[in-house]
Design a protein around this ligand. Structure first.
Ligand code: NG1
Ligand code: ZN
Length: 543
């Protein structure tokens, strides 16, 4: 071990020394920063991934992406053996290793090894992939050097969407029970489930299988082209923003469409046509359309969550199985969606802090847990108990044909869903199946409930970590006095709601507000950002 740690230190200071002494934090979804600052972080994440693999005695994964961030940023995150986000205690190890001075790197590694009682002589195995950012290759090589110096075996999967890598690592650690551990295996599993479900729907009503897809000029474009080859022409997808001419996430993609509440630049909306946008690494999707008056309508993660929960609830009821279902949201969920879920669908809804790991964890508390962030990141988890009940039902003699047919559909739906993490491609296919089953157009889907007008803003402050929150980020506890000011502002607006929190991926404080009309939502968001600026030490121009 000593010999390896010595090599780790030498290589670190010779080739991967930090360019400047900035502090970097393992945030909502790993490290994110300007690419130029990340070589040493990548190298060190290679070291940590090897340790995590030794600790878990399993293959782990490393994804190099900065998701919806601008092209010049990059990022890295570690993925657990079952495709889940890195365990929270290890996030702080990641932060300490990334920020350790060169001379303390081996001491820092050693302290993790001791704290976690890792048997260093065990083998390590890591799989990794990257999105289409131009500097990804260089950064992935730095990460690979970290793996090599630790003596870890590894497989470089090249370009993948984030959810494809999550899927592959889970397949590897379940001996193929979850699917074949290849990109091709991913397409085949999803496409087979899609075709089976699609062909069982005989009357499609108002449903239309045409989609105009904005792929954010990211990795989702080339991977969707591959998926289309497997879909037997059951969907008619036209790709926009496929990376051939345009910058990643620039005025396009799911984050742009959701936050700006408008269509991607250059994509002209034709009334009645269905549109969807992926984000840069294809783990988020939002839908949108224009009505006859050319008004833009967004169908975001909340609308997807309610659609999916409605569909699954109908199948569960039809199958007569006793499995419970719950829906998990964050404070960003539109107030109308929560009312619709609890009062119309009568499904229990939980609210957790931002970040997939929190949603995923909460969803595991249900037999069937649906979770979505309003931004379009989400999936469904089936507990092992639920999977077993559904599997047994298909061949159970005491059930009616209708019950068996519903159970069998549920089983196929489980194959269509990437249960490891939110997946834009899988979610797109799932939404299409549901719309087709319900015979719904975009307008039909949109009618389920009407979103409260809302606005997201951001404010730069001296240190965003000075803002501390509680109650699933719905209340500010520090700096003192800020929450009282927000309450005061909110009370002036009909149906007003607002909260603020430090971003985990950008150096800003995010502001969210909703109210009875767009003008009021905009005013409330603006007034709250002014308070944040004044009380939390804003920098730059006042909002
Ligand atoms: P931050 O920057 O912590 O708000 C954003 C999203 C999260 C999550 C992460 C990871 C919003 C408001 N926040 O986090 O939901 O998706 O990025 O990509 O959408
Ligand atoms: Zn993403």
């Amino acid at each position: 071990m000593d010999e390896t740690l010595r090599k780790v230190s030498n290589l670190g200071s010779e080739k991967f020394s930090p360019i400047k002494p900035t502090v970097i934090q393992y945030g909502t979804a790993g490290f994110r920063a300007n690419s130029e600052l990340l070589s040493h972080v990548m190298y060190r994440m290679g070291l940590l991934a090897a340790l995590r693999s030794k600790k878990k005695k399993a293959t782990v994964a490393v994804m190099i992406t900065a998701s919806h961030n601008p092209e010049e940023d990059n990022g890295v995150k570690l993925i657990e053996p079952m495709g889940e986000m890195l365990e929270i205690t290890w996030e702080s190890f990641a932060t300490s290793i990334a920020n350790a001075p060169d001379v303390e790197l081996s001491i820092c590694l050693e302290s993790i090894i001791n704290k976690e009682e890792i048997d260093f002589s065990l083998p390590a195995d890591v799989v990794f992939a990257r999105d289409t950012r131009s500097v990804d290759l260089h950064l992935s090589q730095a990460m690979q050097c970290g793996l090599e110096v630790m003596g870890s075996t590894f497989t470089d999967f090249g370009l993948l969407t984030t959810p494809q890598l999550h899927y592959i690592v889970r397949c590897m650690n379940t001996n193929g029970a979850y699917g074949e551990a290849t990109e091709e295996g991913y397409y085949c599993k999803l496409a087979k489930a899609f075709a089976s479900l699609r062909k069982s729907v005989l009357h499609v009503g108002n449903y239309d299988n045409k989609i105009q897809l904005d792929a954010a000029n990211g990795v989702g474009a080339c991977k969707m082209k591959e998926m289309i080859k497997h879909l037997e022409c059951l969907l008619d997808i036209e790709l926009h923003k496929d990376g051939s001419d345009g910058r990643l996430n620039y005025k396009c993609g799911a984050d742009f469409v959701k936050v700006q509440q408008t269509s991607p630049e250059g994509v002209l909306l034709k009334p009645g046509v269905k549109y969807a946008s992926f984000d840069g690494d294809a783990d988020r999707i939002v839908f949108f359309y224009a009505d006859e008056d050319h008004k833009f309508h967004l169908l975001d993660g909340d609308k997807i969550a309610t659609l999916v929960a409605n569909f699954l609830q109908q199948l569960i009821t039809a199958s007569g199985l006793s499995v419970n279902m719950g829906l998990v949201q964050t404070a960003y969920a539109n107030g109308s969606s929560t009312v619709y879920i609890t009062e119309e669908l009568k499904i229990p809804a939980a609210c957790v802090p931002t970040g997939v790991k929190h949603l995923h964890h909460q969803a595991q508390q249900f037999d069937v847990g649906v979770y979505f962030e309003a931004n379009g990141h989400g999936t469904v988890l089936f507990s092992s108990k639920a999977s077993e009940i559904i599997q047994n039902a298909v061949s159970h003699t005491g059930m009616t044909d209708e019950q068996k047919s519903a159970a069998s559909k549920l089983l196929t739906v489980m194959d269509l869903i990437n249960q490891t993490v939110g997946d834009a491609i899988s979610d797109l296919l799932l939404v299409e199946i549901i719309l087709c089953t319900f015979g719904w157009s975009m307008e039909d889907w949109d009618k389920c409930y009407i979103d409260l007008p809302n606005r997201q803003l951001k404010v730069k402050v001296k240190d965003r970590n000075d803002i501390q929150t509680a109650d699933a980020e719905r209340k500010v506890v520090k700096p003192s006095g800020l929450q009282e000011e927000i309450d005061q502002l909110v009370s002036k607006f009909n149906k007003g709601r607002s909260f603020v929190r430090p971003s985990g991926t950008e150096d800003v404080v995010r502001i969210y507000a909703e109210a009875d009309c767009q003008v009021n939502a905009d005013r409330l968001a603006h007034e709250v950002s002014v308070k944040v600026y004044e009380i939390a030490g804003g920098v730059g121009d006042k909002p």
